[in-house]
Ligand binder design. Structure first.
Ligand SMILES: C[S@@+](CC[C@H](N)C(=O)[O-])C[C@H]1O[C@@H](n2cnc3c(N)ncnc32)[C@H](O)[C@@H]1O
Length: 263
């Protein structure tokens, strides 16, 4: 089910991202925390826990979780991303396993291993056409009693245009093709692979897919800030972006924790 368009798009953006101020790899190497305090609280103590990070990009968040003591595996379908993640792990001397595979092939690619935690973050499920199949994959990867923790862009925030808060998109629309040069770390970057296929998953569809995979939802959080400047007028606040004063707050991210029942 791999989309070649999407893989080429991501492969090309890896070197731009690893060199960007947005990801600040040098700061990360020096010990900068990537995870937000609410995430660490929601996850609880990860020390000694086995964790797989699906769609890990070049591994910054995966390696942050390893710094908190988790035994981590990162999976992504972009070979340059996995190569960069392995290099970064070696440079900072953190043990981590990185596997190049499509998320839908994860159970086989990971040799049938199961994990205490499946971790998914920002900008992941919009690249996947079938949310129910994704949830089944998550369920297959979890050990009994294990948790899915995800932090994602709130699908409601996608109804607005790129420039302002005019409602332009149908919340319930499914797949769309886009063409956009550059990337969120550098909108002016010169890129040639600019076409993508993306899929919108309303919150209800995600929750029902997770419930359908047999998991029990323990926590659903909605957040008024974003991990990237979703609109140019957003104001940076530490490592996140908020609406400027005078603009009503909107749900921009959601967090979800769901557990696979123990027999
Ligand atoms: C927005 S990035 C995730 C970024 C991450 N949250 C971060 O800030 O570093 C999305 C990632 O999903 C990966 N991806 C997209 N479709 C995939 C698929 N079908 N299987 C595996 N990885 C996929 C891309 O290669 C990319 O690294």
């Amino acid at each position: 089910m791999t989309s070649d368009l999407n893989r080429e798009f991501w492969d090309e953006r890896v070197p731009i991202h690893t060199a960007s101020d947005f990801y600040d790899v040098e700061g990360f190497k020096a010990g900068r925390e990537r995870l937000q305090s609410f995430e660490l609280e929601d996850l609880g103590d990860v020390s000694g826990r086995s964790l797989v990070h699906l769609q890990c990009h070049f591994g910054l968040d995966t390696l942050s979780l390893a710094r908190h003591g988790a035994r981590v595996t990162g999976l992504d379908f972009s070979a340059p991303a996995i190569e960069a993640a392995r290099k970064l792990a070696a440079e900072i001397g953190v043990e981590a396993d990185f596997v190049c595979a499509d998320v839908y092939e994860a159970p086989e690619a990971l040799g049938g291993r199961s994990f205490d935690i499946v971790y998914v973050n920002i900008g992941a499920v919009n690249w996947l056409p079938d949310i129910r199949r994704w949830a089944q994959v998550v369920g297959a990867l979890l050990s009994p009693g294990g948790i899915l923790y995800m932090k994602e862009v709130h699908p409601f925030s996608w109804v607005f245009g790129d420039k302002d808060l005019t409602v332009e998109h149908d919340y319930f629309a499914h797949g769309s093709e886009y063409e956009e040069a550059g990337t969120y770390t550098d909108p002016d970057a010169e890129t040639v692979h600019n076409r993508t296929e993306e899929w919108q998953h309303p919150l209800g569809d995600v929750l029902n897919a997770v419930i359908g995979a047999g998991l029990t939802i323990e926590l659903l959080g909605e957040h008024d800030h974003q991990a990237f400047p979703q609109w140019a007028f957003m104001v940076r606040d530490g490592s996140v972006y908020r609406m400027p004063e005078g603009i009503p707050r909107l749900p921009l991210m959601y967090t979800l924790r769901a557990r696979k029942p123990s027999p």
